[in-house]
Design a protein around this ligand. Structure first.
Ligand code: ADP
Ligand code: MG
Length: 626
């Protein structure tokens, strides 16, 4: 009978799995995923666990809003490995999928950015696996390692039926009913021969810990709980205990010493950020040793995106440790690769500004603690001042320097220096010296002592470059002491050479000293020293010249130029010298050359002091009357 035949046909249709083909784009995607993504194959774990966590999250939301019955089983995620069978299973008790949802969600690509994604993938030599999750195609990463993927799922909806979806990644998939399924989804991967290692419990545990340690639902591997450390960054500050902060830091930085600073904050605009950043008590980077990589991990909704994201923070902040979580990551990144970096720039900017602001607050609140931070990290700040133009001004506020007027061992902020400036002082002065004693003994310091002007004392060669780069602070020019155009008070000029005599002596000195000196002039800033040499280059200071020479930058302009010589017309030796050159020209010449060499020695400009010693002996002979 005809109806029996058709019923038979109908029944056989029911028991026979339905054949479906993938949407054209999925086929294209699959072939790229399978054939190009050789590196980072382990991302499939992250993607499937994320999907399971999403499904649990959705269930929790539906239950909380009364759209799904509450009750057992609680949302959980379970991974199982079967080494003999060569399978990995990811199961969850989340929302599950109806038949329509299965077809819609993992047979078609609804995402608008997918075309761009495919293009981006196809254009890359070694495609960036991070993109997979960001474009809402994470599920297909299963095919990187699996020759066959089977999905068992039953929706949370009342009286929903279970379904089984199977695909070998080719053109399509099959779909058939699956009775007696619990609520949720189970994804079974039959691993390819060259991916069988993923079925080893140890290997999988390592991967799960790496990517999914902070998933918000209980995550078990072969029945044992894996994710024991909580994602405290996603909680409100008030809900996190000191103990939890400490424990998390230890876990993150592998550092038993408590961190110096902690920064935990959330923003919504211009970008959603949950961040928990730490400054270790000590820098992990040894000066002169290998540069550290940044280790602030990037998460999207508690799932690791990148453990060492390059552009998340400026390089000079590479000493920080912590976690940054942004749920904007996958959503915004759907169109072009370029937008990806735009997003990173936004994150970078928001994080850096926030951190700089906090540092400034900490410095205000507890200066002693801040000084310790500064002692440990000033080199990074200075690197920032030199390389990060955008934040230069904010960084300048965080720098601390020795000064001629602070207590020995106490440093000052530029802002405090400015506060102490008398109205008549228009510029900020600094002097590079080995230490404070050397600075105070320097001829360049004399005018400052005389006029009671504060001078910052900088000991680290890098600081001169920082000062040079900053140029000004709070609208005040920053000037090297030796370049400062300052004069001592007129009262002190009594008893010195007349102007004409000083000019005559200067020109005689220029003739006597010859090529070695660029210009000789009378100085208005010397008190105790008879002479001083000054770089003739407009921008170079003596110590900067030394540093550049040490760096082998001889070719730089001005480095080899002869210095200027300034003479102190009030100094008895100079006054006497003017007379001596008439009475005993030969001795005057000896004295002049000796003075010049001494000045060069003081300025670190005398390469071979031996000639000076010989001359010294001649002079001594004259004195004792040989
Ligand atoms: P995305 O997760 O970014 O949306 P995927 O390719 O990873 O993209 O997953 C596609 C869709 O399949 C998901 O949005 C979800 O609707 C559905 N899905 C995947 N895995 C599960 C699961 N374990 N439980 C319920 N739905 C799932
Ligand atoms: Mg996903």
């Amino acid at each position: 009978m005809a109806w029996v035949g058709s019923l038979f046909q109908f029944r056989s249709f029911m028991s026979q799995p339905e054949q479906h083909s993938f949407q054209a784009e999925i086929q294209q995607l699959l072939s790229i995923v399978i054939h190009s993504l050789y590196t980072d194959r382990e991302v499939f774990v992250r993607e499937l666990v994320s999907n399971a966590a999403d499904a649990c999250e959705k269930l929790r939301f539906l239950q909380a809003s009364g759209q799904s019955p509450t009750g057992e089983p609680a949302p959980t995620i379970g991974l199982t490995t079967d080494e003999t069978a060569g399978t990995v299973t990811v199961a969850d008790t989340g929302v599950g999928m109806t038949r329509d949802e299965l077809v819609q969600n993992i047979g078609t690509i609804a995402h608008s950015g997918t075309k761009a994604f495919l293009k981006a993938l196809a254009e890359q030599q070694k495609p960036d696996t991070r993109l997979i999750g960001q474009f809402g195609v994470g599920f297909y990463s299963a095919f990187i390692v699996a020759k066959q993927v089977t999905v068992f799922t039953r929706s949370h909806q009342e009286s929903a039926e279970g379904w089984k979806w199977t695909s070998e990644g080719g053109n399509g998939y099959t779909l058939e009913p699956a009775p007696d399924l619990p609520r949720g989804t189970r994804v079974v991967l039959a691993l390819k021969d060259d991916a069988k290692d993923f079925a080893k419990a140890d290997a999988l545990e390592r991967i799960v810990k790496r990517y999914s340690n902070f998933v918000a639902f209980p995550l078990e591997l072969n029945g044992t709980r894996v994710n024991t450390v909580q994602a405290i960054w996603a909680r409100s500050k008030n809900d996190v205990t000191e103990e939890e902060y400490k424990e998390f830091y230890e876990y993150l930085a592998h550092d038993n010493e408590p961190p110096k600073y902690r920064l935990h904050f959330t923003t919504d605009a211009p970008i959603a950020i949950q961040a928990l950043l730490y400054v270790p008590s000590r820098s992990f980077e040894m000066p002169g040793m290998v540069r550290q990589e940044s280790e602030v991990h990037l998460y999207c909704r508690k799932v690791l995106i990148d453990s060492k994201p390059k552009a998340l923070l400026p390089e000079w902040l590479r000493f920080m440790r912590g976690v940054v979580d942004s749920e904007d990551l996958p959503l915004n990144v759907s169109r072009e690769r370029m937008q990806d970096s735009g997003l990173m720039r936004k994150l970078n900017k928001a994080l850096t500004n926030r951190f700089l602001k906090q540092l400034a607050e900490m410095a205000e609140k507890d200066p002693a603690a801040y000084d310790q931070f500064h002692a440990e990290y000033h080199r990074f700040l200075k690197e920032g001042a030199l390389s990060d133009f955008e934040h230069q001004a904010a960084i300048a506020r965080l720098l601390r320097y020795d000064s001629s007027t602070t207590e020995v061992g106490k440093k000052t902020a530029l802002a405090d220096y400015v506060k102490r400036m008398p109205d008549s002082q228009k510029e900020i002065y600094y002097l590079a010296a080995r230490d404070r004693a050397a600075a105070e003994a320097s001829p360049y310091f004399e005018v400052f002592r005389e006029r009671k002007l504060e001078v910052l004392i900088i000991e680290d060669p890098i600081d001169e470059f920082v000062m040079d780069r900053l140029r000004e602070f709070d609208g005040k020019k920053i000037v090297a002491a030796e370049k400062a155009e300052l004069e001592i008070d007129n009262a002190a000029t009594e008893g010195g050479l007349s102007n004409d005599d000083a000019v005559a002596l200067a020109s005689w000195l220029k003739t006597t000293l010859g090529e070695g000196v660029h210009e000789v002039r009378s100085s208005k800033r010397l008190v105790d020293s008879p002479v001083v040499v000054v770089e003739s280059d407009k921008f170079l200071t003596g110590s900067m010249r030394r540093t550049l020479k040490m760096m082998g930058r001889e070719a730089d302009a001005g480095l080899e130029a002869a210095p200027d010589l300034e003479l102190n017309p009030r100094h008895p030796v100079i006054v006497k010298l003017q007379q001596l050159r008439q009475s005993d020209a030969a001795l005057a010449e000896l004295v002049a050359t000796q003075l010049f060499d001494q000045a060069r020695l003081a300025a670190g400009r005398l390469d071979d002091p031996r000639s000076m010693l010989q001359r010294m002996n001649t002079l001594l002979s004259r004195i004792v009357g040989v």
